[in-house]
Design a binder for this molecule. Structure first.
Ligand SMILES: Nc1nc2c(ncn2[C@@H]2O[C@H](COP(=O)(O)OP(=O)(O)OP(=O)(O)O)[C@@H](O)[C@H]2O)c(=O)[nH]1
Ligand SMILES: [Mg+2]
Length: 330
């Protein structure tokens, strides 16, 4: 069943299912992150072997690996400052003791897990932003399936009206998911389409409204103006909307994605981030930097193109998967 594909998406499954799901979920996560892990862990495990003294040279080598994995300079420095403090406070001297400290400091930076959940708000409105090709429409399709699989009534707004193909792609996903699509046609005013969609969702007593938007021209002011207008229009049509502003980031883009995020955040304050395409990159370290740099938690990660490859982000699982090799307890 569809809802079983999403971790935590179904409260009714029994415990053995949960264990199977958990096991295969972790393996999928592990293989989805293989490229990042291979680069990260192979270098890291060499450094963290027993018998090497913890000194500044070692710390700098670790910093280099983190930066190469696209954790980013600022976040890496913060992380390693925290690690240095722990080493001092706990009087650690052997490099083999560092792994668990690094893991727990990464977890600290990630902050608590904040999964995307439909709260008691009808309709719960999700505005999806991100640059061209980041994975917005795909993520919306996967989310719509997840919600309809849970028996929720879903309306999707085709706010990307710049090209007909964008609506058609969304229409296919909606049909597959059993969600209702509100579209205005090519070149319709996006804010007007979204306004109609909020009213339609209210009128039909929908549980969830998800709004797709255009991604191109993110450096040009008109698109950002258009996005803030969409945000304002949603709030006018339904108090409190948008409840979730989900920024979709392409994990293969690396640090540039964080720069883009700041521009989007100025247009509409972001409440959560989905990092897609982690299966295609060795630079998955970007996930560690998101919360520290954007101030919004990673809520979803994409580790492939299949429906169940969009996952709730769980920091502890992510860190374990990053460090897990054959000799590590998963
Ligand atoms: N490998 C992989 N591919 C993904 C993932 N998520 C999305 N994609 C692919 O990325 C491509 C772009 O995704 P879209 O959803 O069309 O991106 P978009 O942000 O809507 O793009 P625009 O509408 O052009 O702004 C598609 O081919 C998706 O299948 C993922 O987690 N892993
Ligand atoms: Mg799209």
């Amino acid at each position: 069943m569809l809802r079983n594909l999403f971790k935590g998406g179904d409260k009714s499954h029994n415990e053995s299912d949960a264990v199977d799901e958990q096991g295969s979920w972790f393996n999928r996560l592990r293989s989805g992150l293989a490229k990042t892990r291979d680069q990260f862990l192979s270098q890291m495990s060499g450094l963290l072997r027993v018998g090497r003294k913890i000194d500044e040279d070692l710390m700098e080598e670790i910093e280099e690996i983190l930066i190469q994995s696209d954790v980013g300079v600022d976040t890496t420095l913060t992380l390693m400052d925290n690690v240095r403090e722990r080493v001092k406070a706990e009087g650690l001297s052997d490099s083999s003791e560092l792994g668990s400290v690094i893991k727990s400091e990464i977890l600290n930076l990630l902050g608590p897990d904040v999964p995307l959940r439909i709260e008691n708000e009808k309709p719960y409105t999700i505005l999806v932003l991100g640059v061209n090709g980041a994975g917005k429409t795909t993520t919306i399709g996967k989310l719509a399936s997840r919600f309809t699989g849970n028996g929720q009534h879903v309306v999707v707004a085709a706010g990307d009206t710049f090209r007909a193909a964008a609506e058609d792609q969304l229409a296919i996903w909606c049909e597959r998911a059993g969600a209702e699509l509100i579209r205005g046609g090519e070149n319709a005013e996006p804010a007007a389409v979204v306004f109609d969609a909020v009213h339609a969702a209210r009128h039909r007593n929908a549980d969830v409204l998800i709004v797709d938007t255009a991604g191109r021209l993110h450096t040009k002011k008109p698109l950002m103006d258009e996005l803030s207008k969409i945000g304002r229009v949603m709030g006018r049509a339904h108090a409190g909307a948008p409840h979730e502003v989900l920024l979709v980031i392409d994990g293969t883009v690396g640090q540039n994605a964080l720069m883009q995020a700041k521009i989007f955040n100025d247009a509409v304050p972001i409440t959560g981030v989905a990092v897609t395409k982690l299966d295609g990159t060795a630079k998955g370290g970007i996930v560690i930097a998101v919360n520290a740099e954007i101030g919004a938690p990673v809520k979803l990660i994409g580790i492939g193109e299949k429906l169940d490859d969009l996952r709730d982000f769980a920091g502890a699982d992510f860190v374990e998967a990053l460090f897990a090799d054959e000799t590590t307890d998963a």
